[in-house]
Design a binder for this molecule. Structure first.
Ligand code: ATP
Ligand code: MG
Length: 652
């Protein structure tokens, strides 16, 4: 089946003048479902909650004491039971839960039953170390199956997990362990990244002097690294050997904190987002069904790292609740060759691929021949998350990867929202796609675009995305900081959730995300979204990646500075610079003419792959650069600084 999509010239994120080929409305089934959901949200979400296994049913669906929501209060349940126990008495018992693949091409498969046993035993290990309901456990592990095992083991005994991305160094770990006051750290003797050993145990050792709450460290043997075992250290394999086979699940209240997870730190210091149990799981269960249309034969490949929310929600909890098979990949997308996602998808027959625009831009840079050399014919659905997808990139994903067979779902959500909030719902109804639009809110989510006074804006007008009603996946609060929670998300508009993203609704009701609300340039009285501008640069045939920043300018307000990464084999030159400026003038308008254009080898990104524009802006205006603990590669700052200084010298 050929999926219809609407396309205008894919030069910007939203092309106001684009010729829309077909006038569409959302599919009726989706529209009806959304209407019904919003007319009686409690009834609607209660129906969704019946998809979970409860030890005791809830008394009330929602207690809403703005900005604090308590979903399904009075209910008792356990997250690990919903991911594992529910399957081990059915045919799913013997089915692959996790197919793990390493960078070097090694694989391991765990069935639901094996995972169940493993989680029970590790839960007993944690219990044996004195971990009790309500205690926090920091998990600092590479992408191995033992990472979800440790998370689910925490959930089984009612401990709150706090996963720290394994690429972080000691300071980031210390901050997060101390913030959560964790009793135990679960780690490994090492991990691998681009063929190099990442010495996780050494980072943990370094942190111990500054993390007095930690009583024990459990060390999983992954790398064969020669580590020093100290007085607090316990080998995973030795402890598990002695652990009993079954651990009775601790039934927790619906609002019991399942985990703490820190945001990416794209806009500032990372925030400790706290998620409860029942609401969070209900949201995931429902959205996974609607958005991905999970079915029994699916092999789901979500490329996220479990250190980020996408991995928590759509590698660990949602797919396991649904009893489907998933691929877990431990490695970089481009090592040893820039083909890993395609190779893994081919080898294991992935049916759904869920990845990021930044990974796609990287692959696009290497051309079509690489993906074309793999058999990707089992793919039926393609998804993205994390950033707006540039229409150029969307088009490539659709044509080169999906061969125009697979719909693309662009899913907008945040660490704070727990699960997907805006997306096409292929499991509910078919809606025509528009490259670059996240389409509509999922049923039950009341998202609209408003102006500064909080009133909905007319179609085609930029404004702030907000959510007017509480939803089950929403964060409980920020860990230990209710005041910051209130201030960050609930103070811009009274009683309304403010995600901090810029958006618009087009005349067909489709939502377009236009980047961070605080990432807007004001040039000669015009407001330009940085994301939109970057998309326009990426639409130039020589450009693979772009980041736009600004500097205060006495006449124009702000002047535009562009940092560009050229495609493989393209040489940076003045002629190319001129051509690009001309391209921007033509596609966006003279107002968007960049004042300075720099070519760089890489851009400063967060570990989750997002461009840290605040950093570029700081460099360009000579300000302090702030918290960079989540920066992917420190060398990128130097490179940008260098390119900047060189050009400054050249132009005097
Ligand atoms: P911090 O809040 O610490 O600055 P962060 O916002 O990058 O970090 P996440 O919660 O991982 O941390 O990312 C959520 C953000 O990612 C959203 O607010 C939005 O800006 C962006 N985003 C996610 N998915 C999409 C999407 N499909 N389209 C557009 N933007 C998206
Ligand atoms: Mg954020």
């Amino acid at each position: 089946m050929m999926y219809i999509y609407l396309s205008g010239p894919p030069s910007k994120l939203y092309e106001e003048s684009s010729e829309v080929k077909v006038t569409v409305r959302p599919g009726m089934a989706l529209e009806d479902m959304s209407k019904e959901a919003l007319s009686d949200p409690e009834k609607f979400w209660a129906e969704q909650a019946r998809g979970l296994d409860w030890h005791r049913q809830w008394d009330r669906v929602l207690d809403w004491n703005p900005p604090f929501a308590r979903w399904f209060s009075g209910g008792l349940l356990n997250a690990s039971v919903n991911c594992l126990d529910r399957h081990v008495t059915t045919e799913t018992k013997n089915k692959a839960a996790i197919i793990w693949e390493s960078e070097s091409g090694e694989s391991r498969t765990l069935t639901y039953f094996q995972l169940y046993r493993y989680v029970n035993r590790f839960a007993n290990v944690l219990k044996g170390l004195g971990v009790q309901k309500g205690d926090r456990v920091t998990i600092y592990m590479p992408m191995v199956p033992e990472l979800p095992v440790a998370m689910l083991a925490c959930a089984r005994i009612g401990a709150t997990h706090s996963v720290v991305f394994s690429g972080f160094s000691s300071q980031a770990l210390v901050d997060r362990v101390n913030d959560a006051q964790s009793k135990v750290i679960v780690t490994a003797d090492g991990g691998f990244r681009k063929g190099k050993l990442v010495d996780l145990k050494r980072v943990v050792d370094e942190s111990l002097a500054q993390t007095p709450s930690v009583q024990h460290v459990v060390v999983f043997r992954r790398a064969g690294n020669d580590v020093r075992m100290g007085p607090k250290d316990v080998w995973w394999h030795e402890a598990i050997e002695k652990a009993p086979m079954f651990c009775p699940p601790e039934m927790v209240e619906s609002t019991h904190p399942l985990y703490i997870l820190y945001t990416s730190g794209t806009t500032g210091k990372p925030k400790g987002v706290m998620h409860g149990t029942a609401g969070y799981l209900v949201h995931l269960y429902a959205t996974a069904k609607w958005v991905f249309d999970f079915n029994k034969s699916d092999i789901f490949f979500c490329t996220a790292d479990i250190g980020w929310v996408t991995g928590h929600s759509y590698i660990v909890y949602a797919p396991l609740m649904h009893g489907i098979t998933e691929i877990m990949y431990d490695g970089a997308p481009d090592y040893p060759r820039p083909d890993r996602y395609w190779a893994v998808a081919e080898k294991h027959g992935a049916t759904i691929l869920y990845t990021t625009p930044t990974a796609l831009r990287m692959y696009m840079k290497y051309g079509d021949a690489i993906p074309n050399s793999f058999d990707l014919s089992f793919l039926r659905l393609l998804g993205t998350v994390g950033e707006p997808i540039n229409p150029e990139v969307w088009q490539w994903y659709f044509t080169t990867i999906g061969k125009e067979r697979c719909p693309i779902i662009d899913t907008w959500w945040q660490t704070e929202t727990g699960g997907i909030m805006l997306s096409a719902c292929t499991g509910v109804d078919f809606v025509p796609m528009k490259p670059g639009s996240a389409t509509f809110p999922v049923p039950g989510v009341d998202a609209v675009v408003v102006d500064d006074s909080g009133s909905p804006v007319p179609p085609g007008t930029k404004g702030y995305l907000v959510v007017r009603k509480p939803w089950p996946g929403m964060l409980l609060s920020l860990w230990g900081d209710d005041e910051k929670y209130r201030k960050t998300y609930w103070s811009k508009f009274e009683g309304v959730y403010y995600p901090g993203d810029y958006a618009l609704v087009d005349k067909d009701g489709y939502l377009w995300l236009l980047g961070r609300a605080d990432d807007v340039l004001k040039v000669a009285g015009h407001r330009l979204g940085t994301m939109e501008l970057e998309s326009a640069f990426v639409a130039h045939k020589a450009i693979a990646e772009a980041a736009v920043a600004s500097r205060p300018d006495s006449t124009k307000g702000e002047s535009i500075i562009a940092f560009l990464v050229a495609k493989e084999g393209v040489a940076a030159s003045d002629a190319l610079r001129k051509d690009i400026v001309e391209h921007i003038r033509k596609t966006v308008g003279p107002i968007a003419t960049p004042d300075e254009v720099y070519f760089v080898g890489k851009l400063p990104k967060t570990r989750s792959g997002k461009i840290m524009r605040r950093l570029l802006k700081a460099i360009a205006s000579g300000d302090k650069i702030g918290d960079i603990t989540t920066l992917e590669d420190g060398a990128a700052i130097d490179e940008v600084r260098h390119a900047y200084d060189e050009l400054k010298k050249a132009v005097g």
